[in-house]
Design a protein around this ligand. Structure first.
Ligand code: NAD
Length: 265
């Protein structure tokens, strides 16, 4: 372990951590000795293999809870699982997300409902359940994985942009409300990270725009990022570790860009 962030023995819930960014952030926390509750969809055997491997590799306790983040009662049970298993909850990472790319006038109503539920409403429900535990502890860290699309828009993604702007707004509201409790709330706003979600977007955008996939990557996806590089998982992990450590105590209500300069343009 290169740097010790002083969070050994803490407990984290990371929504949507069976894949992509959430899975990488779970590993980064577990490597610091944080006990992690994983969540997300996927093949149960694969999820169990990943859970066991991470536990064996890090010696942290790694559990899994199958809550569907569109269901408030299951979300409440996910947060309560941390209390039942560990008696505490130090870190909540609201990360679960989905995407659908289409012009607004063709956007299916049920996709709008699903995007708002998974991205925005789940952030509310999980935070609502976590805050009383964190307040009672006098310390807590809520980190919402928003997006550059929580700060600026792109075409064909209006519902995703709306949900992510909502997440940034909710982050600020929680932060000012909790400012004297020892609980911080921040949003990380990544640019493009090459995850399964982005790979699917490449395919979808190619169809929507009628151009080949390599042109989508160069001209559409990384067109927005001045450094012309996908964000790496470690760049997001670094920001998360800072926020959840004692060094992050004064950072609250921030929407922190990790986007290769995208939102500076
Ligand atoms: P991903 O598809 O690899 O992972 C999404 C995770 O969310 C999976 O574990 C999935 O099972 C879970 N999930 C989806 N619906 C769920 C539900 N109803 N209940 C429980 N879990 C559910 O995607 P990713 O790229 O790792 O995205 C993670 C987050 O980062 C999302 O909020 C996304 O909007 C955000 N983000 C991604 C990028 C990027 O470039 N990949 C950029 C900015 C922001």
């Amino acid at each position: 372990m290169a740097v010790d962030y002083g969070i050994h023995g803490h407990v984290a819930v990371i929504t949507g951590s069976t894949s992509g960014i959430g899975q990488a952030l779970a590993a980064a926390l577990a490597e610091q000795g944080v006990n992690v509750i994983l969540n997300g969809f996927g093949d149960p055997a694969q999820i169990e293999t990943d859970r066991r491997r991470l536990q064996e590799r890090t010696n942290a306790q790694i559990l899994y809870h199958p809550a569907d983040m569109t269901k408030p009662d299951e979300i409440a049970d996910l947060i309560d699982y941390a209390r039942r298993e560990f008696g505490r909850l130090d870190i909540l990472v609201n990360n679960a997300g989905i995407q659908h790319v289409a012009p607004v006038d063709e956007f299916p109503d049920e996709k709008w409902d699903a995007l708002i539920a998974v991205i925005l409403s789940s952030t509310f429900h999980a935070s609502k359940a976590a805050i009383p535990i964190m307040k009672a502890q006098g310390r807590g860290r809520i980190v919402n994985i928003a997006s550059a699309h929580g700060l600026v828009a792109s075409p064909f993604k209006a519902p995703y942009v709306a949900a992510k702007f909502g997440v940034v707004g909710f982050t600020k509201g929680c932060a000012v409300e909790l400012a004297r409790t020892g609980v911080t709330c921040n949003a990380i706003c990544p640019g493009y990270v090459k995850t399964p979600l982005i790979e699917k977007q490449v395919v979808d955008q190619a169809k929507t725009r009628g151009i080949p996939e390599d042109r989508v990557i160069e001209e559409v996806i990384l067109a927005a990022q001045p450094n012309k590089q996908f964000v790496e998982y470690e760049h997001l992990a670094g920001m998360l570790l800072y926020l959840v450590s004692d060094m992050g105590a004064s950072a609250t209500g921030a929407a922190l860009s990790v986007d290769g300069g995208w939102t500076a343009t």
